[in-house]
Design a protein. Sequence first.
Length: 336
Amino acid sequence: MIWSTFSGIGGLDLGLEMAGFPAPSLVCEWEPWNRALLAQHYPNAIQHTDIKTLEAHHGPPPFLISGGFPCQDISCAGARAGLAGEKSGLWWELARVIAATRPQFVVLENVAAILSDSQPVVPPRAEWLGDTPAKPLFGAFGAVLWTLAALGYDATWDCVPAGSLGAPHRRDRWFLVAYAVRDEPQRHRATRQVASTAGSSESEEAERERLSNCFGCSGSDMAYTRSSRLEGQNAYTQRGNAQRAQPAPSGIWRRAIHQARAKSPWAYQPRVGRAPNGLPDGLDRPSQPWEQGQPRTKPHQAHWKQRLKGLGNAVVPVAGMVPGLVVRELMARLHP
């Protein structure tokens, strides 16, 4: 079972389906326009409105939870308030749902600027989160890693621009795949090591390097491009622990990117209108009566404002397929 949170118009959900996963059994979305589209796309899914009221008993136990939590307070175009912001701070509600449901996998999405956010983060005091660190955490990225480690998850992440999948535009997005670990001492070590990076005077790049090398929080090479070609330059170097058998993050993400690129739609779609975003017709609008074989009795309603907003916030489905393929490889390697 899959729970989709901050679902938008369903771009990430469609990407996971392209990776071979079933449609979500529960979707959680605040915007009325998006909810109407999700009801159309996933009529059998449980519809929930508010992440703040979502509880474990609202749906079947999830195997995977996905969520592109709001980016407005993290994005370079926003005020950069980080997780202290009203919108991006909804991450803590998603973390609460993860703690309550204990899925085996978690897929997160946000803007690539989450890696450069440096606002200090003080986690909320909550029973489900356990002990909070003595010092503020370094940025939204460090806070997400610390939270996942505290909840018993290891993680691997990457930045996947749509251009690396053949799109004629950049649209750089950060994806993270977390998977549950059962080793309690390992869990606590990871939590302490992530927390120990907080409050230091190191540079931002050095801070991210330390986070990427934390035991229990796996880094990744960046798939970062300035065009539609995938550049093979590493932004970070992963130093694996010699006593711990763990899939190499860079290899997993690169294989997933190449698989997704082979299935990308831009090779056969015209580069006009919706096609550059890799979004199929009908994803961002209600179905029309004449498309169901009924007579056309009234003019088409464009709903341009709602559609543009939905498209602007959407995950490119082919990019969303990449973390889904990472999950599939992790499933095969962690549970052969």
